[in-house]
Ligand binder design. Structure first.
Ligand code: HEM
Length: 405
């Protein structure tokens, strides 16, 4: 079962703005899921278009409109946005709530992920990366996704939530079903399972708080000194699970795929292992070019935008990969320039919902790369097993990436 729900386009959509495009569908032979988006630009589709696939939704294709979609929450809401629509859908805290209510959980979470807070996690991140790499460095090869890129952020999630490492297999399985399954029954059960785990976790942390994020969320008090509503606490835990795993896994996958095929890039990073500023600048460019997330918005009321009529509840997709290669904003946008200095990419969003975990995400990538290049300075794609299981959707990536050295 795949997600191809296709009602007829509604009457307010002019025929010239309709494009046949399914962002879950990766045609045979396409090895990079982002290419389905860039193919749209090559086809010369309208800058804002409507596709009847996946329940029907709009797509913004240029930087300015994508940024407007992020910033203008009075028109473009984050409340219950999934494409294709799933109703009811958890109101994720704070991502699924518009300002000003959004600020309640945003303020609660922001201090936990500041650059200073993330610096305090570096030792743990380094140990985790080393521990994983040690398991395969001497073997001459690995499947980068299952051996590293999936385990690393999931283990980090366990650490942040004060959970035991023994639970890694259980969480890997929960994440695998959540991010990859297209079976509606399996998906529904999986969400129930994740909430059941969060319920037990937060109840335990409420009784025995520790020095972890789950404890900070459950023991926080609102302006009147009361605990936040229990459902919001669970929804916040759910968001952290959803936001920080697959995004990191697939960003790592894209980056390692590039490093494996680009000796000059490996050299560039190896030469800067002890120069964090230059290292981070170069990583920033890899975040621009390898932007895995396509975000959703929902129209709050009937409204005209750029001469186009939108109706309340219409869905809009903001594909970051297109914004990040808009030639009006980035010089030579398809070239990877590891010394690019002005880099206003939108990989972490912009505006009120800009990624709370961006400093952690960057640090996870940086530490992984540093530890990897120290142990495995040179590596290639396995010539016998090209990257496989390429998928589109709200996060794009690969199911397998075999490397050899
Ligand atoms: C490469 C990795 C990541 C990418 C590409 C990414 C991308 C994004 C984007 C585009 C948004 C904006 C969502 C919107 O506007 O609707 C966002 C929000 C968010 N991200 Fe990330 N993210 C990453 C990693 C993380 C990590 C590691 C965490 C935390 C552990 C995290 C936590 C969050 C949270 C809590 C929000 C919601 C913020 C709000 O609504 O105020 N993210 N992320």
């Amino acid at each position: 079962m795949t997600l191809h729900f296709q009602p007829p386009p509604p009457d307010h959509v002019p025929p010239e703005l309709i494009v046949d495009f399914d962002f879950f569908k990766i045609p045979e032979g396409v090895t990079d899921p982002a290419e389905i988006w860039h193919g749209l630009i090559r086809r010369g589709v309208p800058k804002i278009f409507y596709t009847p696939h996946n329940g029907g939704h709009w797509v913004f294709t240029d930087y300015d409109d994508i940024v407007e979609g992020y910033r203008n929450y009075e028109i473009f809401s984050t409340y219950q946005t999934p494409v294709p629509p799933i109703e009811p859908f958890p109101v994720m805290q704070p991502q699924g709530v518009d300002p000003p209510e959004h600020n309640v959980f945003r303020r609660l979470m922001a201090p936990m992920f500041t650059p200073v807070a993330v610096r305090g996690m570096v030792e743990e991140l380094e140990e985790r990366a080393k521990g994983l790499i040690d398991q395969f460095a001497d073997k001459g090869g690995c499947d980068f996704i299952s051996d590293f890129a999936a385990k690393y952020p999931t283990g980090t999630f366990l650490f942040l939530f004060g959970l035991s490492e023994d639970r890694l297999p259980e969480f890997l399985e929960l994440a695998k079903v959540f991010f990859r399954s297209t079976d509606p029954e399996e998906r529904a059960k999986n969400v129930t399972d994740i909430y059941a785990v969060l319920e037990i976790l937060f109840r335990e942390k409420e009784k025995n708080p520790g020095n972890d994020i789950a404890s900070a969320i459950v023991t926080a008090r609102d302006a009147e000194g009361k605990q936040h509503p229990w459902q919001d606490i669970l929804n916040c835990g759910f968001l952290l699970f959803v936001a920080g795993l697959d995004t990191v896994t697939n960003t790592l996958a894209y980056i390692w795929r590039y490093l494996a095929t680009t000796p000059e890039a490996r050299q560039h990073f190896r030469e800067r292992l002890d120069d964090p500023d230059a290292f981070l600048r170069a990583i920033e460019e890899l975040f621009r070019i390898n932007s895995v997330s396509n975000l959703f918005r929902r129209i709050t009321h009937d409204v005209e935008y750029k001469g186009i009529q939108f109706k309340q509840n219409d869905r809009v997709i903001l594909p970051n990969t297109l914004a990040n290669r808009d030639p009006d904003v980035f010089e030579n946008p398809n070239a990877i320039d590891l010394d690019r200095t002005v880099n206003t990419h939108v990989t972490f969003g912009v505006g009120p919902h800009r990624c709370v975990g961006s400093h952690l995400a960057k640090r996870e990538v940086m530490v992984s790369m540093q530890e990897w290049l120290r142990r495995i300075p040179d590596f290639q794609l396995d010539p016998n097993e090209p990257p496989s299981g390429v998928f589109g959707g709200s996060v794009m990536g690969f199911e397998s990436l075999k490397l050899v050295w």
